[in-house]
Design a binder for this molecule. Structure first.
Ligand SMILES: [Fe+2]
Ligand SMILES: [Fe+2]
Length: 137
């Protein structure tokens, strides 16, 4: 489900590597979902969600620094999109995850799928063509 495809590439090696890590976290959640409802997945879910929270802070910070360095004109609106993802993860972590293991896992899978579709293929690709034009790969 979360396989890397060439159309996801931003033509920037470091960014592609970071996006591949996001896909791996999506795949980890998908694997947990496949275990079914009879298994207690709480510890594993928390492990992936905390990795996801850390990843977002690191990846968004990296992108924002790169975009600021090259004076990307749409930086502010890009930052706002990042912030809304961070808020979503924070809100999820505040829920009673133990009693809603499968629904939360499903919700986060949909969240990452949506992130790939809207953010990486949309806004990230937009800054990528800006940076590619400046010779950044
Ligand atoms: Fe990104
Ligand atoms: Fe981004």
């Amino acid at each position: 489900m979360f396989k890397w495809k060439e159309n996801l590439s931003c033509n920037i090696e470091e960014i592609d590597g970071q996006h591949q890590n996001l896909l791996k976290l999506g795949q980890e959640l998908y694997d947990l979902l496949k275990l079914g409802n009879d298994v207690d997945k709480y510890d594993d879910i928390m492990k992936v969600l905390s990795k996801l929270a850390d990843y977002t802070v690191y990846h968004f910070g990296y992108e924002e620094e790169l975009l600021a360095k090259h004076r990307y004109p749409l930086l502010e609106s890009h930052k706002k999109q990042h912030q809304s993802f961070v808020t979503k993860i924070d809100e999820t972590l505040k829920q009673d995850i133990d009693s809603k293991q499968s629904s939360i896992t499903m919700e986060m899978i949909m969240f990452i799928a949506d992130w790939i579709e809207k953010h990486i293929l949309g806004s990230d690709h937009q800054y990528a063509s800006f940076l590619n034009q400046k010779g950044i790969h």
